[in-house]
Design a binder for this molecule. Structure first.
Ligand code: SF4
Ligand code: SF4
Length: 431
């Protein structure tokens, strides 16, 4: 009898599986749909960056090259400016006059995340797109390695990041509590903490998995992005007076060319920046979502805000056949097969788990409180639609372009080597 019951269950499982397979024979899946969205935004980002480069060239050469208008979209690459713009808006009700588009993009990311969790990361963000391409390429490379090599190329970046996080987290905490500052690093007493730093790096490599599980390591490594986010949030959102921001937007030359300096960071990269960027790229090949998972402060902020979202991946445990395909597919290592509702700050709303589930109506995105599942195209429509509508509303209502004239840009950009356009540890020249 027992064996008859078992057979019946397996049979019904099989019928659900085959039904799903027939249904999903279409070439259009959530993954393809997501890639179309990601590639579109990626191309748009490249276009905006290239237009800005041409604009800067025009100003540098005193108008000798082809003129293109400045693309305000580049302000999206000024995360510190975005935090400043948010504080300014909260304190005065006014939009940052120098980087209004940066503020609008930042605000639309916040709103999108609050409503639709981390959909921005997996459907729009160009850094998330690059990160995904790189780890998918890495998956292919790793398939050529044997088990031992595969383990180490995956584990090494996480272990090292975990060790560095055990050093950086107390330092950032002490800085936020005003117990130490940047100048403290010049103190001779620093040598006393070197042994602790060395121990922090060694521990993740030396301890066995039994007493130091991979999940512990991963959680400690992820504190990096929360430290960076906390640093910005406390030093700008909490501590920086609104009057100081007002003065910076008006009288600090660096702020007027912050976007140009960001461009120069990429076009004239220092050796140190090249090394750090190369390490991030190599680690991203072998460790899924390395940048987004461990370092992106936007990811940390979006994850926290997204906690409020009612859009959730929901599993029907009655029909689930415990095949683990969802967990294997999840790029952020959530054990989807063990959750009834995925409440996790790392969930990207990417639908990869939904796509991989072989049983109909078992794993879906849902609006909590409603039974109907949310189709990926509808979810993408919400995320991308809100983002685009928000930006275009800002455009037509005059909150997109700043008030810096072309003449002023030409004067400042041709004079960019002047020390007044630099800053030392947050100290700026004033004019
Ligand atoms: S739980 Fe599903 S939707 Fe969330 S990140 Fe993992 S695969 Fe993507
Ligand atoms: S929810 Fe996950 S474990 Fe359950 S059937 Fe779907 S893919 Fe398999």
């Amino acid at each position: 009898m027992a064996s008859q019951n078992k057979n019946t269950i397996q049979k019904s499982d099989a019928s659900r599986v085959s039904k799903k397979k027939r249904k999903s024979s279409s070439w259009m899946t959530s993954l393809i749909f997501r890639w179309i969205s990601q590639i579109s935004f990626f191309i748009l980002t490249i276009y905006v960056g290239w237009m800005f480069y041409l604009f800067v060239r025009y100003c540098e050469t005193g108008g000798a090259t082809v003129y293109v208008t400045r693309s305000p979209g580049v302000e999206a690459f000024l995360p510190i400016g975005a935090f400043m713009g948010l504080k300014y808006f909260l304190g005065t009700g006014k939009v940052d006059p120098l980087h209004p588009a940066g503020f609008v993009i930042f605000a639309s990311i916040l709103l999108t995340s609050f409503l639709f969790q981390r959909g921005f990361c997996s459907w729009i963000c160009p850094a998330g797109t690059m990160s995904e391409w790189v780890w998918r390429f890495g998956d292919w490379i790793k398939s050529k390695f044997n088990k031992g090599v595969r383990y180490w190329v995956e584990a090494f970046p996480v272990k090292l990041t975990c060790g560095l996080s055990m050093i950086s987290t107390p330092i950032v905490t002490l800085m936020l509590l005003d117990i130490i500052s940047f100048s403290s690093f010049g103190s001779p007493n620093m040598k006393f903490i070197y042994p602790f730093m060395i121990a922090a790096i060694i521990i993740p490599f030396a301890l066995s998995r039994k007493i130091w599980p991979a999940r512990v390591e991963d959680s400690i490594a992820r504190v990096w992005k929360y430290s960076i986010f906390a640093f910005f949030a406390v030093t700008i959102l909490i501590k920086m007076p609104v009057q100081q921001l007002e003065m910076m937007f008006t009288n600090v030359p660096f702020m007027k060319v912050a976007d140009v300096r960001m461009l120069k960071f990429f076009t004239n990269m220092s050796m140190l920046a090249i090394i750090i960027l190369s390490v991030i790229v190599v680690f991203s090949i072998f460790s899924k979502n390395y940048w987004c998972r461990y370092f992106c402060p936007y990811g940390a902020m979006i994850g926290i805000l997204g906690w409020a979202s009612a859009f959730r991946i929901v599993r029907n445990k009655k029909t689930c056949i415990d095949c683990s395909k969802c967990t294997i597919a999840c790029p952020v290592h959530i054990e989807v097969e063990k959750k009834n509702v995925v409440y996790n700050v790392e969930c990207l709303g990417c639908y990869d788990c939904v796509d991989s589930c072989p049983v109909d109506d078992t794993l879906d995105m849902k609006l909590l409180g409603y039974k109907k599942k949310i189709h990926y195209a509808v979810y993408a429509g919400f995320v991308v639609g809100l983002f685009v509508v928000f930006m275009n509303t800002a455009r037509v209502t005059g909150y997109w372009y700043n008030n810096v004239s072309l003449q002023e840009y030409m004067e400042r950009i041709s004079d960019l080597d002047d020390p007044k356009y630099e800053h030392k540890q947050g100290e700026f020249a004033v004019e």
